[in-house]
Design a protein around this ligand. Structure first.
Ligand code: AMP
Length: 289
């Protein structure tokens, strides 16, 4: 595995692979790698000749009140895991090279960026779109791999790649979970033991809502009430930001479930913000990525 730290060199290598008609599969991450990240890496390896993984804790997607400085970092451990996966290139750029003095561009996917998590994390998705656009330009992947856990992010990146003719296919991969159902996340490391015990409530609530839909509850008002009651029954839930059923393409809240729906939750347990989602279809089995 080659470690590349300089964006221009990364781009030169990508161009050389393109000249030799080698397809690049790309997995962007912020590091502190867990089995969820590694599942994306394996899929990229299976489907492409060259696999590139980036680790970059992108300051533009954190607000001043968020956890940029304490975000978990373990570059050495991550590099070891990625070597074990047999990837070709680990891209590890420094802030000063990604955003040099004078950097002034922002990519915003208008509308979608302000819904769901965007209502609580104001510049988050334009920070994500900006860095992913830069990474796509540097790495020129045929296909890039994202987790369904961050469902809104996948909708926004797909829109951006299509709108800007980036020529990169976007793969959305299933959410990998702990044994008790909690979606794996680098931020789970912030949870105290007690909070960790309470955290599976998101997935339990999503599954209960999915069962309710199968039993015939299709009015979202009713479903939302069920979900809120379930979440509020967990004393360590300190804030429910959203929980309901949404259109998986527009991310607008639905009134009734008559087709495929995204059930999604964002809440805080103590001070830690957690998100999760599943896709369901009225009368069909839920897919729980
Ligand atoms: P992050 O390092 O949190 O920015 O995540 C990098 C990529 O890994 C994103 O596409 C995430 O959606 C994906 N990811 C994070 N957690 C999981 C998980 N539990 N299962 C599958 N993919 C995940």
């Amino acid at each position: 595995m080659e470690i590349i730290r300089i964006p221009r060199i990364m781009q030169d290598i990508a161009r050389t692979h393109a000249m030799h008609n080698k397809t690049i599969g790309f997995v962007p991450t912020m590091g502190a790698l867990h089995a969820g990240h590694l599942s994306l890496v394996r899929m990229a390896r299976e489907e492409n000749e060259i696999t590139v993984v980036s680790i970059y804790v992108n300051p533009k997607q954190f607000s001043p009140f968020e956890d940029l400085s304490r975000y978990p970092r373990d570059t050495e451990g991550d590099a070891e895991k990625l070597t074990g996966e047999g990837i070709d290139i680990l891209f590890l750029p420094a802030d000063s090279l990604m955003y040099p003095d004078g950097f002034s561009t922002r990519v915003e996917v208008v509308g979608l960026s302000k819904k769901l998590c965007g209502a609580y994390r104001h510049d988050h998705f334009s920070g994500v779109a900006t860095v992913v656009a830069k990474l796509f330009n540097l790495i020129q992947p045929a296909k890039a791999y994202f987790g369904q856990k961050d469902f809104q992010q996948t909708v926004i990146i797909k829109r951006m790649a299509k709108d800007l003719n980036m020529g990169t296919d976007i793969a959305v991969c299933p959410t990998i979970r702990e044994e008790d159902g909690l979606a794996m996340s680098s931020r789970n490391l912030y949870l105290t033991k007690e909070e960790r015990g309470a955290a599976p409530v998101l997935y339990t609530c999503l599954n209960e809502a999915s069962k309710a839909i199968k039993s015939g509850i299709i009015k979202v008002k009713e479903l939302k009430k069920l979900m809120e009651t379930r979440l509020a029954s967990e004393p360590l839930v300190s804030e429910i930001q959203y929980c309901s059923a949404y259109d998986p393409e527009t991310l607008d809240e639905l009134e009734e479930i008559d087709n495929e729906a995204l059930l999604a939750i964002a809440l805080k347990i103590g001070k830690t913000r957690l998100i999760d989602n599943i896709l369901v279809a009225a009368g069909l089995k839920s897919s729980s990525p």
